[in-house]
Design a protein around this ligand. Sequence first.
Ligand code: ASP
Length: 357
Amino acid sequence: MNRFVLAVFRKSPVVIIAVALFASAALAKPKIVILATGGTIAGAQASSAEVGYKSGSFSVDDLIKAVPQLKDVADISGEQVANIGSQTMNHEVWLKLAKRVNEVLAGDADGVVITHGTDTLEETGYFLDLVVKSDKPVVLVGSMRPATAISADGPANLYNAVSLAGNPEAKGRGALIVLNDEIHYAREATKTNSTSLDTFKSPNRGRAGVMNTGKVHFFSQNTTRHTTKSELSVDGKTVKDLPRVEIVYSYANLGRDMVDFLVSSGVKGIVLAGVGDGNSTDDALAGLAEAAKKGVAVVRSTRTGSGLIVRNVEVDDDKLGFIAAMELNPQKARILLMLGLMKTQDRNALQKMFMEY
Ligand code: ASP
């Protein structure tokens, strides 16, 4: 330290205090809350050589204890929101989770990590992308092997997730998914393989980035509307407030019975998991056109797993009163339509949402 600096220090205790405060702030670890919902990451086998296991067997405290290194990267606390296999994920848990994420991020936490099964991880992620009202990082993480497996992937994934949630670079990007050393925007990601560790892909826009032992490398921005820029909200809502939207899967020889049944049972929206470019049989399209005339919102998506469904290609959306899903796969289109219908029934306004979110 040169003489001038020493002289200032001697003369001014205020400077010393300011420097000490600055140094301690620089050293302070981010405060991360882990909200656990179950899944394979908390799953247990009867023995590590068995293929069968039960999701949601371990608690959030067990998950945190299993990775002592988490304490080096963040001040951690954990809460158990649910403990289920994500194949049974439902609107009730979603509302609870959205409320808690919003509460936690409105407080002094720097970010949130949600442990979750991989089956519906992309759906919960996209739901939160639309209804969380904060720029702070929201990171969803799961694993493909149960916690008791030989070479379980959960601990490393959790370490990456906590590191990412505490990283300022993760701010303002919407909900993120971390698995297998890859970062995906929840809007883009989809589970593509039933068992492989390399299961999450972002087929339309590509990965958000990669991670290695907690170190973050982003490749791209999320340019869609999400979180603080989203007009969609579930604040104060109960399960009954969420309009019923169902998915009809298209295939050769599909009739209109399924569509007619849904309309007669009072559904507010139908998403077509269409073949190819959001197509279906004449029968099914006739049923859907009638549904649209009766006021049911009909969205055309695709079962192909990727690609853009735009208006009026092989199907005359203008004439039949349909909405094109754009980039959203059927399960995500269902979520946007459900939340969108809580704001408006207007077809053009709903179509605009599918262009922006
Ligand atoms: N069925 C499990 C779940 O979604 C699969 C997993 O977590 O990988 O909870």
